[in-house]
Structure formats: C-alpha cells, structure tokens
Design a protein around this ligand. Structure first.
Ligand SMILES: N[C@@H](CCC(=O)N[C@@H](CS)C(=O)NCC(=O)O)C(=O)O
Length: 245
C-alpha cells in the first residue's frame, strides 16, 4: 500500500537541528513561544528533501520549509521567519525595530548573510577543490568583516532585537566551530562588534538553545571524521595556501 503523503494538522517547520538557516526560524519560534502552535519535523516525513513530494513543495529541495495545514508551503528562511513574525505578531518577541534606519540596517545584514555568506559557507565543510576552498574562505573572512561594520551592538541594529539577530548567529555557530578548529584561525570573530554580538546571542536563553542544537550535530560530524574524509585537513596542511585570517 502506498504511504499517504505527509499532511500536517498544524503549521509545520521542516528542518533538522544542524541547519543554520533553519536555526533562524527555530529561534523565532522559541522566542515567540510557539511550541504548541507550530510543529518541527524532519524532511524524512517526505522521504528526504530531494524526494518528488518534497520538491513539489519546495523546488529548491532545501530546508527549512514551512508547510501549512491547507497544503501551502513557504520556503527561504528569511521568508519563513518574516511570515512567523507577521502571523504571530502579538506573541512573544516582536522582532520589530523602532526606526526606518534600524529596519534598513536589519535588512542589510540579512541581505549580506543570504546573498554573500549563505552561498559560500560550504567552504568550511563540503567537498571542494583546494583553490576554490581557499578563495571562498578568504571571501568568508571579508564578509565577516562586512558584518562587523554593520553591527551596531548589542544587537545587530542597536538596543532592539530584529530578524537579523535571528539570522546571523546560527551561521556564526558554524564559523566559530570550524574556522579555529580546522582552518587555524586564532579566533573566529576578530571584529569587536561581531564578537560582542556573538556573546550577546550566546547569553540569550533561546540563542544558546539554538547554538547547542547546531553544535551537538557538528560534534557528531567531527566524531564521524567528516573533515578528514572530505580531505579538508589534508588541503589545509598543504604548503603555499592561506587559510587563517
Ligand atoms: N537561502 C536558503 C538556503 C537554504 C539552504 O541552503 N539550506 C541548507 C541547510 S542550512 C540545505 O538544505 N542544504 C542541503 C543541500 O544543499 O542539499 C534559506 O535561507 O532557506
């Protein structure tokens, strides 16, 4: 008998704990206290994120995705996080910023993350030719400096938490775990504002929850020998290349 398609009764976030883009949406859910209203399940319910059923709902075949009980789906973590803020406006943290300038700064940080950092984060942990990896790690170092110049402190746009705050720290969790450990950086965040923002999010209850979800899975990646198996450690050990900034 064919298995029935997954049909959620509640809005459901399709995600896995290691996902940094998913972490942005989970943070919004936790901050808004939406545990009883929005479920979180693995893409396994669809047979994985590359299955026909999944791709019919998100043509990119990526997580996160939000599926609504009427069968509609939303994808792109920024779209999902914005929708959750709009839909559950009056619950928990609002992520609303007080001025047009703050809102523009918040959007700028999200754009930098999604356009310039999201597409190159794979240099830290995926299969890749040594020259491409070296170029992307250099570009990542540059983009972290760009973020440092955008962050006002203690949050991205000043004293109020916006969606950029939900966006950046899950990806910084990857950087903090991988750049010093596998690429020889003295510290992941040399920019003062970036480091201060990272510390702010580590001290946040829901922030530390999301960081732990991601780090626990990254520890599993490490224990399974991911960086050795992908030849990353061997590439970094080769003479004549620059990895640390
Ligand atoms: N811009 C997308 C990026 C989504 C994305 O790349 N998701 C990763 C996990 S964080 C993924 O699904 N990777 C699986 C793959 O590349 O096949 C978003 O913000 O939602």
């Amino acid at each position: 008998m064919a298995q029935a398609a997954f049909q959620p009764q509640k809005p459901t976030l399709i995600d896995i704990p290691v996902s940094n883009n998913g972490g942005r949406c989970r943070f919004v859910l936790y901050k808004k206290g939406l545990k009883d209203k929005v479920d979180i399940v693995s893409p396994k319910v669809y047979g994985g994120m590359k299955s026909d059923e999944y791709v019919a709902l998100n043509p990119q075949g990526l997580i996160p995705m939000l599926v609504l009980p009427d069968g509609k789906s939303l994808w792109e973590s920024d779209v999902i996080a914005s929708y959750l803020c709009d839909k559950y406006k009056d619950e928990g943290a609002s992520f609303e910023l007080p001025s047009p300038e703050d809102r523009a700064n918040d959007l700028l940080a999200r754009r930098v993350h999604d356009l310039y950092i999201g597409p190159i984060q794979k240099a830290m942990y995926r299969d890749m030719d040594i020259n491409e990896r070296e170029a992307l790690i250099k570009r990542l170092a540059f983009q972290l400096d760009v973020l440092d110049s955008i962050i006002k402190g203690p949050y991205v746009s000043g004293s109020t938490m916006g969606l950029a705050d939900a966006t950046l720290f899950p990806t910084l969790t990857f950087c903090n775990f991988m750049l010093p450990q596998f690429f020889g950086w003295k510290q992941a965040f040399k920019g003062k504002q970036l480091q201060a923002y990272w510390e702010t999010m580590q001290a946040d209850t829901e922030g530390s929850q999301v960081i732990k979800e991601i780090e626990d899975e990254l520890e599993n990646w490490k224990a399974s020998g991911r960086w050795e198996q992908k030849g990353i450690l061997a590439q970094v050990a080769e003479e004549g290349h620059t990895w640390a900034y």
